[in-house]
Ligand binder design. Sequence first.
Ligand code: ATP
Ligand code: PRP
Length: 300
Amino acid sequence: MSLLQPYFQQCASAAFSISFPSHSFYVSVSKRTFISYCSSQSQTALVDSPVDSKIAERDEIRLGLPSKGRMAADTLDLLKDCQLSVKQVNPRQYVAQIPQLSNLEVWFQRPKDIVRKLLSGDLDLGIVGLDTVSEYGQGNEDLIIVHDALDYGDCRLSLAIPKYGIFENINSLRELAEMPQWTVEKPLRVATGFIYLGPKFMKEHGLKHVIFSTADGALEAAPAMGIADAILDLVSSGTTLRENNLKEIEGGVVLESQAVLVASRKALIQRKGALDTTHEILERFEAHLRALGNCKYEGR
Ligand SMILES: Nc1ncnc2c1ncn2[C@@H]1O[C@H](COP(=O)(O)OP(=O)(O)OP(=O)(O)O)[C@@H](O)[C@H]1O
Ligand SMILES: O=P(O)(O)OC[C@H]1O[C@H](OP(=O)(O)OP(=O)(O)O)[C@H](O)[C@@H]1O
């Protein structure tokens, strides 16, 4: 019986179940996500889930890890803390092994490519920020957040506006939306790298006259350069906003993010050994987080 079984029972309606000769498992796609797994002698197979096509044939299970950037070192540290040491022959090689998980291959990729490759079936599991899954996954139902709180990479995707000029007394999304300046001819200009989540958030919050532009970095410069009125970007300490005379506003947080373990639903269902390997990784993560006092599911 898994550690997470009691939690599953609380949200069984959001789950699907599969029974095979040797085991059964449940996967929930609710906000607090997990995999639950237990032994069963059942010979029946019940699949209540959109499994439309076959996955690519290969024997190994593939885990994508960030190849560089903010998440890379912390991800390796987490795995090491869980006694899952990643053996990379040299840093320019993008494939590695974890001796404790013999059927698993690690592939180092840029975070956004990890999400893309989960969707294309070229990876089965990945560790990235929730912001990256949400932006590049675009709500695709094949992506399952297996663990939503790995306790690093904390940040938020937040709307920010200048502290000065016409925005001086604007402190909430509602006040921003009600400004008379934004019209069809002269919409609110938002600079962001999040071109899926940005428009979706504005639409959901009823902001009609908005136009987006995009850039790969240093977005905080856009208002002062006269390129944008607002920015939608990741914030952690808030220093970059402050240094650029920008402020967050009430109701302007699109998403709270941290590192998550994400899986391809198809891979979990169809790839031999994927479920056991995922369960093994998940239990190690939970044991580690519990030891740190950060296990969300403890006592459930
Ligand atoms: N202050 C922060 N700014 C940006 N990302 C942060 C911050 N704090 C945590 N993160 C996490 O780190 C991830 C960014 O990692 P990285 O720097 O590798 O990405 P990237 O620059 O978007 O990738 P790429 O170089 O492929 O475009 C974010 O997706 C987020 O989950
Ligand atoms: O709240 P803070 O702790 O100041 O962090 C936020 C900043 O960090 C990220 O930029 P990054 O350093 O990745 O550089 P970039 O602007 O080139 O993306 C993000 O895009 C913000 O600019």
